[in-house]
Design a protein around this ligand. Structure first.
Ligand code: KG4
Ligand code: ZN
Length: 333
């Protein structure tokens, strides 16, 4: 089976062709980062317009790279939520139109499910596993026992983890997206210069607003930040986020409820962060578990994860649904 996946829930227009044998035949992405940079964050209306302009070319490009015609596609999948409604409408409507024209099924996919199942495509892992889904819009831990079988363990009470990277980067005058900028600046900084609090220590839920405020207070104390200040603040912030993630992971590694679960997965855009990956890998090894994190370009938003989630969804017995309406708040657990 060949699936055409489409992703347009935020500021990336992406399309990919993936086979049921886990071959990623193409994975094309048009990033709107430069379009939004001027405004310091994603502007929903501008994002929707950019998706409208790009989606057709991005899909054609994905088919071209996959050396595949529209007729050779078996199923069309698109992100149906959660996300920004304008982009979701563009992707869903485009996918439905292609499906109707080709008389093939259209399958709506939950974006979080895309992130949650990616490592089954990239690293061939088996169910069950403990998942840390850490992205720009979400931060949660859950047990994944099969397609559609997700039990939430903890989630954020306020900001998403990626959002805190983005906001801190903005305070420090670093370019968007904030995560990679902070990671780069942190390489040249002293992680021990500033001591930031670890919110919700020892609890399963997450919180980042207090940490963000602590960074802001330090920024406001120094009216003119030097480059070294920015690097040190980045390194100290990133170290605190690593400490937070290690605290959450350690709690689950020690919990007898999860003792039989051998694989821990880090997924979502923040999963691209090398420091977080390295720290979690080390602590998982201490408890004789495997930490799996997809390759960096499969952590951040992409359409291959949408195509793959579609394959899992079909395997679980779901069929196409042309009546689906995009849902900006679609939950999975
Ligand atoms: O999964 P994603 O591409 O989109 C959402 O579903 O939200 O995640 C985007 C988020 C952004 O907040 C971005 O700053 C963060 O992931 N991010 C990173 C890194 N690369 C992307 N955060 C920390 N370190 C990185 N290397
Ligand atoms: Zn995402």
């Amino acid at each position: 089976m060949k699936i055409l996946g489409i992703e347009s829930s935020c500021d990336d227009t992406a399309a990919s062709v993936v086979t049921s044998d886990k071959d990623v035949l193409s994975n094309v992405l048009y990033s709107q980062t430069l379009t939004h940079e001027l405004y310091g964050g994603v502007v929903p209306e501008i994002a929707a317009r950019a998706h409208t302009e790009k989606i057709s070319d991005v899909v054609k490009h994905a088919l071209f790279e996959a050396n595949c015609s529209f007729e050779q596609i078996d199923v069309i999948a698109a992100t149906g939520g959660p996300g920004l409604i304008g982009g979701l409408i563009v992707g869903t409507s485009f996918a439905k139109a292609v499906a109707v024209a080709l008389n093939k099924p259209y399958v709506p996919i939950n974006h979080l499910e895309g992130h949650a199942l990616t490592s089954r495509l990239t690293d061939n892992i088996e169910y069950p596993y403990v998942l840390f889904l850490v992205s720009g819009g979400h931060c949660q831990s859950m047990v994944v026992r099969g397609y559609g079988r997700y039990s939430m363990i903890g989630s954020t009470l306020d900001d998403a983890i990626g959002e805190s990277f983005d906001k801190v980067a903005k305070m420090l005058g670093l370019p968007t997206p904030g995560g990679p900028s902070i990671e780069k600046a942190a390489q040249l900084g002293d992680p021990n210069r500033f001591n930031f609090p670890i919110p919700m220590f020892g609890k399963k839920d997450f919180s980042f607003s207090g940490l963000k405020t602590a960074v802001r207070i330090q920024v406001e104390k120094n009216c003119a930040l030097t480059e070294q200040d920015v690097n040190d603040l980045s390194a100290s912030f990133q170290k605190t986020v690593c400490d937070i993630m290690m605290d959450k992971c350690r709690q689950l590694l020690k919990d007898s409820k999860f003792i039989n679960i051998k694989t821990f997965v880090l997924s979502g855009g923040v999963g691209a962060n090398v420091a977080i990956r390295t720290h979690l890998k080390k602590i998982c090894e201490e408890y004789r578990r495997d930490l799996v994190a997809p390759p960096v370009n499969f952590c951040t938003d992409n359409a291959a994860m949408i195509a793959w989630a579609c394959i899992e969804k079909i395997d679980a017995g779901h069929v196409g649904d042309l009546n689906f309406s995009p849902d900006p708040n679609w939950r999975i657990a």
